[in-house]
Design a protein around this ligand. Structure first.
Ligand SMILES: Nc1ncnc2c1ncn2[C@@H]1O[C@H](COP(=O)(O)OP(=O)(O)OP(=O)(O)O)[C@@H](O)[C@H]1O
Length: 668
């Protein structure tokens, strides 16, 4: 199937509606700058209900794009010149054109090539890039309809760049040129802030300035001896390095002992803090989604319970985790500004942020600016996973930027420690698959998935019996949940939400035959056939839902999972796990939810399931990347089934996510 067929009809972006200047005309530079910023903030994609977690933006950037139909909403009807040509060819969306046109009007900038550069910068931001390189931007679309692209008149590079540099938009600070990159102002400021704050924090670690954390070396060595058995040398070294720093980035694949190390590092740091300050440190644990925060809290609690020394156990027991948004302090008037900032920093001595691959540039900027110099920061994540939905790939950039540097805050764990081999579990193949994937070893990945292992397998959708087995597994899981939801008993709440994590069906796309929408309908139909109950209403017992927007009022976070249950009196309620407890909500109170028999890989980040089924999109889908496949596979605890062909598997392995960003270069 052609990738073009997978492209969903793109809705007009609410955030990109051009603003009208409220005061004065375009001739007033100060007012003009304010109005321009307004357009840009909207263009840079503030998280809104429709935008959060929406991977379609990536599809739009990279998927093969046929010429836009004259009636399509993606066509900017009033566009002229270069903008119109690039819009018709599908390189630019109507939103890109509108923003560029409006900014041009406000700044009285009429140079078509400059406006094209603006539109390309907006397009890049839409797809998760922080900036755009005008010299190579054409390469990001060369795989789209070659005939059509060949007709596009790209401006001559040197003149184009000079024109942008001299433009009114650059003079007004709306566009920023930095090295080879062109930025929208907001992203430029965020990237620079993240870089400056990180480097400043690393400067504080220099012991010759005596500004690093106070450490009693003898106490630290004794603590490390107590907390790390002799064979745990990799984790011991990581914890010792982290204990001496204000800032640490702890990386590693699944099961490499990151959480174990964090729990023991916290015990070490707490002991040091007590020795120097006479009281325990204030520790905050956070993750980008509610689900990831719950997992972090549970993992740390499990590790704490295993610490041999009662003093260490007491230091790490009872820690709770929250979302990054909640940690920073919601503000009802803004989704990108928080209560805790540079002038009102977080009141913690230690802040641990897990699943940092999902943290966007703007979120990282907010976290760093909310930290006191004397707050330890431990960022934990797997740089092999998909980057954030919003612009930026901060973890990957930090790892790349400090590669080989003696001042690097990055500590990597490389050994997989899950003890599955010892108990004879086939799930050890899952860990090995993740290792092969990280190493980019296509042949090993194919061999492992076709080895006959019960833990990892490839099912060709053309193999009817095998594919039928997959459908049966998917339906069984949904059916089991539905039956418990129909006969709901409140004492069953925890077990029922646990059951939601027994199996997860993951797709790359939201729409299309390979997407979440199609699979949702298919699974719902199969379950209805089995139960004999057909549902015409939106809400019915057994409907699994995913919360897609943060709702501080209800205490719900984007990414929370729920299941619709029938109470004994017949009313429907949605059961959601929040932190360590479960709560029931009337369906009418939930505004941002979607049905989730199937989930996009993007939205599954930060969560886990016992068994995972991954439906690969066709080879020519630009969403099919190694990062996507790796993220999907590493969601499984025991078993993964990949539905696809060997060719699709190899296509996934061969394609890497590319996100333009200047952060790695700045950090070097
Ligand atoms: N050095 C070690 N030797 C043996 N087992 C270990 C070691 N370190 C950790 N483990 C065990 O390996 C398992 C995985 O560790 P942990 O959960 O810390 O990894 P992780 O990197 O946080 O995994 P994930 O990314 O999946 O959350 C746990 O059961 C832990 O107790």
């Amino acid at each position: 199937m052609a990738a073009a067929g997978l492209r969903p009809a793109a809705p007009p972006r609410r955030g990109a509606v051009p603003l009208r200047p409220r005061h004065g005309g375009p001739g007033d530079p100060g007012r003009r700058r304010g109005a321009l910023r307004g357009v840009l903030l909207a263009a840079a994609g503030r998280p809104g209900r429709g935008a959060v977690g929406d991977p379609r933006r990536e599809v739009r950037l990279v998927t093969t794009v046929p010429e836009i139909e004259p009636t399509s909403r993606r066509l900017a009807l009033r566009a002229t010149g270069l903008l119109a040509a690039f819009n018709r060819a599908g390189v630019l969306e109507a939103a890109d054109v509108h923003v560029a046109t409006r900014l041009g009007e406000l700044a009285q900038e009429h140079d078509e090539a400059v406006l094209l550069a603006v539109a390309l910068a907006v397009r890049a931001a839409r797809a998760g890039a922080v900036c755009v390189d005008l010299d190579t931007v054409d390469a990001t679309v060369t795989e789209a309809e070659p005939d059509l692209l060949a007709t596009l008149a790209w401006p001559e590079r040197a003149t184009w760049r000079a024109g942008v540099e001299a433009s009114a938009l650059t003079r007004l600070g709306v566009l920023r040129i930095d090295g080879r990159w062109l930025y929208l102002d907001r992203h430029w400021r965020e990237e620079k802030q993240v870089c400056d704050d990180l480097l400043r924090r690393l400067g504080l670690d220099r012991t010759d300035l005596e500004r690093g954390p106070a450490i009693d070396d003898d106490l630290l060595d004794a603590g490390a001896d107590r907390l790390f058995p002799p064979t745990w040398d990799e984790q011991r070294a990581a914890a010792l390095a982290a204990a001496r720093r204000w800032t640490t980035v702890l990386t590693g694949g699944p099961g490499t002992g990151k959480t174990t190390t964090v729990a023991r590092l916290l015990a070490l740091v707490a002991e040091q803090h007590e020795a120097h300050h006479g009281q325990p440190p204030r520790i905050a644990l956070a993750a980008p989604t509610g689900k990831a925060a719950t997992r972090l809290q549970e993992s740390v609690a499990r590790e704490a319970a295993q610490l041999p020394d009662p003093g260490d156990r007491a230091r790490v027991t009872g820690l709770t985790a929250t979302t990054v948004h909640r940690l920073l302090g919601w503000r009802p008037d803004s989704s990108t500004r928080f209560r805790h900032r540079r002038d009102n920093p977080l009141p913690y001595d230690v802040v641990v942020v897990d699943e940092v691959s999902m943290v966007s540039l703007v979120q990282m900027a907010r976290v760093l600016e909310a930290l006191r110099d004397t707050t330890r920061l431990v960022l934990v994540g797997d740089p092999g996973q998909l980057a954030s939905v919003e612009a930026g790939a901060v973890l990957a950039d930090v790892v790349a930027g400090f590669e080989g540097s003696p001042r690097s805050p990055v500590v990597s764990l490389t050994t997989t420690h899950r003890t599955r081999a010892a108990d004879g579990s086939a799930a050890v193949d899952l860990d090995r698959l993740a290792v092969d994937l990280r190493a980019g070893d296509d042949d090993a990945v194919v061999a492992r998935l076709t080895s006959g292992s019960s833990a990892v397998r490839l099912v060709d959708p053309a193999d009817e019996p095998a594919f039928g087995g997959v459908l049966a597994q998917v339906t069984d899981a949904a059916y089991a949940v539905t039956m418990r939801a129909e006969q709901f008993d409140e004492s069953d709440s925890a077990a029922l939400v646990d059951l939601l994590d027994d199996h997860r069906l993951l797709c790359a796309h939201r729409e299309g035959p390979y997407g979440v929408g199609g699979w949702n309908r298919q699974v719902q139909r199969l379950v209805e056939q089995r139960t004999g109950l057909q549902h015409f209403d939106e809400w019915y017992a057994g409907r699994p839902v995913l919360v897609t927007a943060n709702d501080p009022g209800l205490g719900l976070s984007n990414g929370d999972l729920g299941i619709t249950v029938r109470l004994p009196d017949g009313r429907l309620r949605v059961l959601v796990r929040i932190g360590g407890t479960t709560r029931l909500f009337a369906p009418t109170r939930l505004s941002g939810v979607e049905t989730v028999y199937a989930m996009t890989v993007h939205k599954s980040q930060g969560s886990e399931a016992r068994a995972v089924t991954v439906v690969l999109p066709p080879e020519d889908s630009r969403l099919l990347t190694r990062e996507l496949f790796y993220t999907a596979v590493t969601r499984a605890r025991e078993q993964v089934t990949v539905v696809g062909t060997e060719a699709e598997l190899r296509a996934a392995m061969g394609r890497r996510v590319q996100r333009a960003s200047g952060l790695a270069d700045r950090l070097r």
